[in-house]
Write a protein that binds this ligand. Structure first.
Ligand code: NAP
Length: 255
């Protein structure tokens, strides 16, 4: 699909109000698609984003849902099932801080898998019934092959999401192209972002050092930036001969 053709198209993007997904929305807005902007808590940010894009992207709107809450998730799926959506970008994700094997339990497992696997799978299922054409871009994580044990359930959920990407690429061909992007260290973890509100010196230092530290451990010795993700999003939208691929955007960190 040419990017210029986006002006006729509807793009659903989850977790769109902030960070990487917000930058994707701002970039693709140049082509004047209609956006359905999903958010969970960031109402102020999503309102601002919609205001920024709505002049060009007419009939765009935002929709709230916490994917870990069954009723909200079901209502969201019902609502988007009634839409004619061409592109789904599954970016929303939960990344719990205390997600270690020590804290492994059913409640946390259920929450993380509901948000990071079940909901994006369900979105794809309902947006693309048999015969409906489209494009899916799923967000994974570049570190998945290394079996790190921090963020235990998060990693399990993203590994499953990677397999789901490949399985759906087969299952939904030739109508839907299903690909993934695996970011490396693009932005510091979201919980470190509210810099002014952070009391703990250690966390402040973590933010300050994030880019410097990640630069040193990355073979390409440059900092992550959403612009590199945007490049991959554009590539996956444009290249009609790609399905079932996962693009690591990590500066070579996880070679
Ligand atoms: N940033 C990185 O460097 C990096 C590295 C590896 C992988 N990734 C992956 O790339 C994608 C984008 O990353 P990001 O850092 O920009 O995003 P993020 O901060 O991890 O999350 C994006 C959004 O997900 C939404 N979300 C969280 N819990 C939710 C829930 N229970 N229900 C519905 N929505 C929920 C939040 O929306 P609200 O703010 O509206 O509550 C949040 O803003 C994610 O899938 C992430 O796992 C990013």
């Amino acid at each position: 699909m040419n990017l210029e053709d986006l002006h006729n198209k509807t793009i659903l993007i989850t977790g769109s109000a902030k960070r990487i997904a917000r930058e994707i929305v701002l970039d693709l807005s140049k082509y004047k698609p209609r956006f359905i902007l999903h958010y969970r808590n960031a109402v102020k940010e999503v309102e601002e984003l919609l205001n920024e894009v709505k002049t060009f992207c007419s009939e765009s709107y935002y929709i709230k849902a916490d994917f870990s809450v069954r009723q909200e998730r079901d209502d969201f799926i019902k609502r988007i099932s009634q839409e004619n959506i061409d592109i789904v970008i599954n970016s929303a994700s939960v990344f719990p801080k205390m997600d270690t094997w020590n804290n492994f339990d059913y409640e946390l497992f259920q929450k993380v898998f509901d948000v990071n696997l079940y909901t994006p799978a369900s979105i794809i299922k309902h947006v693309f019934p048999k015969g409906k054409k489209g494009i899916v871009i799923n967000f994974l994580d570049a570190s998945l092959d290394f079996n790190f044990t921090d963020h235990f359930i998060y990693r399990l959920s993203k590994i499953s999401f990677e397999k789901l990407t490949y399985m759906l690429a087969k299952e939904l061909a030739p109508d839907v192209r299903v690909n993934a992007i695996s970011p490396g260290a693009i932005l510091p973890p979201a919980q470190l972002n509210e810099y002014d509100q952070i009391e703990e010196k250690k966390e402040k230092e973590e933010i300050i050092n994030f880019y410097e530290k990640s630069k040193q451990k990355i073979p390409l010795k440059i900092s992550g930036d959403p612009k590199y993700i945007i490049h991959a999003v554009r590539f996956l939208i444009e290249n009609d001969f790609l399905t079932g691929i996962n693009i690591p955007v990590d500066g070579g960190e996880f070679i």
